[in-house]
Design a protein around this ligand. Structure first.
Ligand SMILES: [Mg+2]
Length: 334
């Protein structure tokens, strides 16, 4: 049932052990936040906020709409739920300081699954946001494995970079990948399923061996978190992370700022529809005043125009959709 190799694992399930015993096994695997003044063990944690303000965001992943156990290992799930939350903090121009993590799982879930999720959370924080740690959380039972993370961040004295500050003439730039995660999902839907179209761990393993880069981009994204604070320092006028598709997310900046965004197709690679519609790469899309040197990691994709609320490609209005949790992918195969 799980993507991970189960043969060497203890069959012990959550049903076999108490919540306290599970927590005692998870805590040592979780990353410790450097700003943690009081960590897990009390009713609430205490985290330093040296800026006097803190950034806070939340993002959840549900088995079914957000992931398949046949495709993602527990480690992948912990990594991805950390990465998506850390990315939202970076998109404000902030640096992540702490996570709280709530997990609901069927009582038949093996304990090693939760241990794997904890390992993924730790490795993602250590790799992408050193100093950020898990300061608390909650465990509960549910039919579908559910991960809910809340992330906190420090603005380090800067103003937050909002979606509403883009100005006509600004340069539109992106840090990170574009369309890779969508290609990974496309590959999993095509090759990671059995003959009835049901997600299949063995088929997915074959697909992973054949397309490791694209599938890793989907299952364990590596958002360019350092580019968020760097963009803020460089004077970015608007920013967000591309979670639901470049065109859809650019439209969010366009509407919030009362401007238009015109992409140059030559900057979007050879699969235009995937570049515009594919989400989950968690690259950072930002606008910069003209003449400002783009921070390391950013590349120009287009310009901000006066066509309020409109997203264009080479001057032509673009209407393709992206990801909507209630409607699924619009405009992309699979
Ligand atoms: Mg976001």
């Amino acid at each position: 049932m799980f993507a991970a190799d189960e043969s060497a694992r203890s069959p012990e399930t959550l049903n076999d052990v108490s919540e306290i015993a599970v927590l005692e096994r998870l805590f040592p695997r979780l990353p410790v936040a450097t700003g943690q003044l009081l960590g897990p063990g009390d009713d609430a944690a205490v985290v330093a906020a040296p800026d006097g303000r803190f950034v806070v965001t939340t993002d959840m992943m549900i088995q079914g709409p957000d992931f398949r156990l046949a495709w993602s290992t527990p480690h992948d799930l912990g990594w991805k739920v950390a990465a998506t939350n850390l990315s939202d903090v970076a998109a404000m121009g902030a640096r992540a300081t702490a996570l709280v993590v709530a997990i609901a799982a069927p009582s038949s879930t093996p304990v090693w699954v939760l241990e794997g999720i904890a390992d993924g959370l730790r490795e993602c924080c250590e790799a992408l946001a050193p100093g950020c740690g898990v300061v608390g959380g909650d465990l509960s039972a549910s039919d579908a494995l559910t991960l809910a993370v809340t992330a906190f961040g420090d603005l380090e004295g800067r103003e937050p970079v909002k979606r509403s500050g883009a100005r006509v003439g600004d340069v539109v730039a992106l840090a990170g990948r574009l369309g890779e995660a969508a290609r990974g999902l496309e590959i999993l839907f095509r090759f990671g399923v059995d003959d009835d179209g049901i997600p299949d761990a063995a088929r997915a393993a074959e697909a992973k061996a054949q397309y490791p880069g694209q599938i890793a981009a989907q299952l364990t994204p590596v958002p360019p978190l350092d580019c968020g604070p760097a963009a803020a320092v460089a004077g970015a006028t608007a920013m967000l992370d591309v979670s639901d598709g470049l065109a859809l997310d650019a439209g969010r900046i366009a509407r919030a700022s009362g401007v238009g965004i015109d992409f140059a197709s030559s900057a979007l690679g050879d699969r235009l529809e995937v570049a515009l519609g594919g989400g989950e790469d968690h690259g950072l899309l930002a606008t910069f005043p003209p003449g400002v040197p783009l921070p390391d990691g950013f590349r120009a994709l287009g310009v901000v125009t006066a066509a309020a609320g409109q997203v264009c490609v080479d001057g032509q209005p673009h209407t393709q959709g992206g990801w909507d949790p209630y409607r699924g992918w619009d405009g992309l195969a699979g």
